[in-house]
Each structure stands twice: as C-alpha cells, then as structure tokens.
Write a protein that binds this ligand. Structure first.
Ligand code: NDP
Length: 456
C-alpha cells in the first residue's frame, strides 16, 4: 500500500485534490470516516440551502395573494422535508464517491492517522505515501458554559426529529443568521442572542444594519450585547442564562458560535506537523505544512472557511504537484453569501476596511423590490459600492436582498478584473431587475476615509 499521494478527508477539498491528482496519473489513496462530500454536502451548504428554500415556499404562498392567488397553506411537514433532503444528500454523497472511483483513486471508508511522517494507519491498514494532504475540515463548537450539552450544534439541526416551537440561537455569524431565518420561515419563534451590537461582525456596517432590520421584519427577536453564561433544563424546556441576569426560554438551544479545525486524533505530532493555538494546521503560501511533503487545504487551515476556496485549493495543489502547472489560489476578492432571509452577498472590502486604507466614495441605495410593491411584505433590498477615490476602482460590492448571491457572482468577476466605477456606469442595465441598480448608482452617498474631509 504505497501511494504517490494520500488524502485525509473526503470533503470538498480532499475529493477535488484526489480526483485531479489521479487524473494527472498519480497513484492516489483517500480516506473518509464519516461521509463522502464532507460538511458542505452532508451537514452544511447543500442541505442548509434546501431548508432555506423550504422557508421561501411558505413566504411565497403568503405573498401570492398580492398577485391574485389565494392559497390556503396547511401546516409545514418537517419530516417530509427532511426525508426529501436526505434522499438528495444520499444521491450527492454517492456521486462524490463515484467520481473518485472513476478517477482511479483507492477509497478507504476509514479514519486515517499518522504513525510517522510518511506512514499512516488507515482503519488498521498500514499505508505509506510520498506526499500527504490533510483535508480533515472542521466541526462546530459549543461555548464552554454550564449546561452546554443541553444545546445542539449545526450538525444536529439537519436531523431534528421535529420542528421546535421556540428556538434560541447563540451567536450571530453565518450559521446563526441562516438558521434564524430558516426556523422563523418554517413557523418557529426565534431569538438570536449575540454579544455584538449588530449581527455578522466583519461584514459591511450598512449590510449588518439592514440585516438586523430584515430579521426584525421577519419576526426574529434580536438580543444584541448578550453573553450566554449557562443553560438549564426544566423538563423538555431550556433556559439560557445571560450575563446581565436575564434568561431566555426555548425548546431548543442552538450553538452557532464558531467552528474549529478537526485536527484532533490525526497523529499530527507523530508526523511533525505544526498546529497553531486555534488548532489549525499551519501552512505557507504553497499550502505546505511544517513538513515539506505534507500539505493542508480547506477548513483544517482555518483561513477563509468557504467550500469554493477549499475546492479551488485542492485543485490547485493537485495541478501543482502532479500536473506541471504550479499555481496558487488568491484569497482576495473572494465573493461570499450568507443565506439569511433575505440573503446577503458581498465581494471585496467593506466600507470600514476600505476607509482604513484611504479616501473612498460610497454609493448606497435601498428600495422595495418590485415584487413586494404588490405583496406588501415589509422587505427592502440594499445595494452598495465602495470605490477607491484616487483610482476609481470598485473595492467592494455588497447587497442584502432576494437573489443577491446570484447577482454577486457576476460582479465578483468585475472586481477580480479590477473594474472601475466608470466601467460599471458604462454597462447597460437589464430592466426591470434589481441587479441594474449596480450600474445606475449615479449619486455618491458619502465620502469616507483618509482625507475624506478635504475631498468633500
Ligand atoms: P462564525 O465565526 O461566522 O460566527 C461565530 C459566532 O459565534 C459569532 O457571532 C461570534 O461572536 C460568536 N461567538 C464566538 N465565541 C463566542 C463566545 N465565547 N461568546 C459569545 N459568542 C461567541 O461561525 P459560524 O459557526 O457561524 O460559521 C463558521 C464558518 O463557517 C463561517 O465563518 C464561514 O466561514 C463558514 N460558513 C459559511 C457559510 C456560507 O458560505 N454561506 C455558511 C455557514 C458557515 P463575535 O462576532 O462577537 O466573535
């Protein structure tokens, strides 16, 4: 059992790396001990988006009356949704496995653990490899507070035996705001408990404000500036105790308080692979660990924890090692979406990050989407461009609103190519769409950053 390349982890990063390397003619082995396709396919992006879409159907049924369709909505069938989701996820996980098979990789349904720098124990089989890739991903964490075991994590949310009536979500990152929207849209009362003044720390301030407003309009109760200090069980009910002495009652407490790289029990010390205090595998700009023949890609390195980044890194690494086309993945201008209700999508710098570099022109528009002029739903869209004043390059594009993720992908190409505000302005819009607003933002809203005052 000797391989040119052995990949630990069958998620987005590992599968892509193994498949492409095998395609280049390398003898490849890959091990996965939980599920093929990893977090994204099984307990992440894909099933999450299906749950978001389930919520959208409910809202559309309500909104249809504005267009003359009087739909009587029955109760939502949570178990039917989960069964349909499980069928689709099963199909996708099967495809991942088949792709590897088809590429000629040797598949191990087992845990791999280093026993020395070039050797692994893979479910009892002794394996050696010239090069090894760690693509073990990450897992959700609970806060270290009394009663933490009474709360669930996102892994569990996809298999709840029934829809909870009252949910307390802890945190206000991607997972917290996405699941707040899902549970609210499916009929639960939701409280979002977080320590910041606004959700989604790190995102553009206007987006964060608009999201808080949109969540309020969806009926989600927001509890900013709150630190959970414990959870108690009272029969089936749960009480989240807060630092300020208040408490929140719920049937379900959901920790959406971050993820940790899955570096435990991999034998990294035996391999001589250095790990940071966060648990992340330390790598250089070529994805190389402290051992020159061992590489790490995706969430296990805890940089930009997004599936398409992991996949791109897996592909680039396989091409670099076996395809004679060395290349690196840029982590600049990586677009991302948060599938809140409505979704947020963004690429490039926030106004705050751009302003810290120098003067920027800011263009913002907020409007009621056409559909909701008839439905009457209290839902606004926000669009924003952040432009470097000196070069007129667009540094950031941001949107909260329906279809924002679909719109942002195209804008990301423009930003990656270095488009200026004038390039946006000379592009003809598609009418009537929300997207056309991005090319018709004529009036500057404000100037911020650096010498902003002088420039005004
Ligand atoms: P995030 O890191 O995005 O958010 C973690 C949240 O937990 C923050 O609100 C944070 O607060 C809070 N938190 C952390 N520690 C504490 C603490 N000790 N006390 C109180 N609050 C705390 O993590 P998620 O779990 O939401 O998601 C993990 C990552 O997975 C994301 O960052 C993203 O990279 C990826 N992801 C991407 C998705 C997508 O592309 N759509 C969807 C889901 C996940 P604070 O802000 O104050 O630190």
């Amino acid at each position: 059992m000797h391989f040119d390349l052995f990949v630990i982890g069958g998620g987005s990063a590992g599968v892509r790396c193994a498949r492409i390397a095998a395609g280049h003619g390398a003898k490849v082995g890959i091990a996965e001990d939980r599920f093929w396709g990893g977090t994204c396919v099984n307990i992440g992006c894909v099933p999450k988006k299906l749950l978001v879409q389930a919520g959208e159907y409910g809202a559309w049924a309500d909104d249809a009356a504005g267009f003359g369709w009087h739909i009587r909505k029955g109760p939502h069938d949570w178990n039917a949704l989960l069964a349909a989701k499980d069928r689709e996820i099963g199909r996708l996980a099967g495809i991942y496995r088949k792709l590897l098979d088809g590429a000629g990789a040797t598949i191990f349904d087992a845990r791999a653990r280093f026993t020395a720098p070039h050797t692994l124990d893979v479910g009892g089989t002794h394996v050696t490899a010239e090069r090894i890739v760690i693509a073990a991903g990450g897992h959700p964490t609970r806060l270290d507070i009394p009663g933490a075991e009474l709360g669930i994590i996102s892994d569990d949310a996809f298999y709840l035996p029934k829809m909870p009536k009252r949910v307390a979500i802890l945190g206000s990152g991607y997972i917290a705001v996405e699941f707040a929207g899902i549970f609210a849209a499916l009929g639960a009362e939701v409280e979002l408990i977080y320590r910041q003044p606004l959700p989604l720390r790190g995102f553009d301030h206007d987006l964060r404000e608009a999201l808080a407003e949109a969540m309020g309009a969806q009926g989600i109760a927001l509890r900013p500036g709150c630190q959970p200090v414990g959870i108690e069980a009272h029969g089936a009910r749960r009480r989240v105790l807060l630092g300020d002495g208040h408490a929140v009652e719920a049937d379900l407490v959901f920790f959406a308080t971050g993820r940790r790289p899955a570096t435990e029990n991999l034998g990294l010390a035996e391999a001589g692979v250095a790990v940071a205090a966060s648990g992340a595998v330390t790598i250089d700009s070529h994805l190389r660990t402290s051992q020159p023949h061992i590489f790490a890609i995706g969430d296990v390195t805890d940089r930009l924890n997004l599936t398409p980044v992991a996949t791109a890194e897996g592909h680039a690494l396989a091409d670099s090692l076996f395809g004679r086309t060395p290349r690196r993945v840029s982590l600049e201008n990586v677009p991302t979406a948060v599938f809140s209700t409505p979704p947020i999508a963004t690429v490039g710098l926030s106004e705050e990050a751009a302003a810290a570099r120098g003067p920027v022109d800011v263009y913002v528009t907020k409007f009621t989407p056409m559909r909701h002029t008839l439905t009457g739903r209290a839902r606004k869209s926000l669009m924003k461009l952040v432009v470097d004043q000196a070069s007129q390059r667009v540094l950031g594009a941001h949107m909260l609103g329906e279809d924002s993720a679909e719109i942002m992908q195209g804008l990301a190409i423009a930003l990656v190519m270095g488009a200026t505000k004038a390039d946006f302005d000379r592009t003809i819009g598609i009418h009537p769409t929300a997207a056309e607003e991005f090319v018709t933002l004529r009036t500057r809203t404000r100037v911020v950053g650096g010498a902003a005052k002088a420039a005004e």
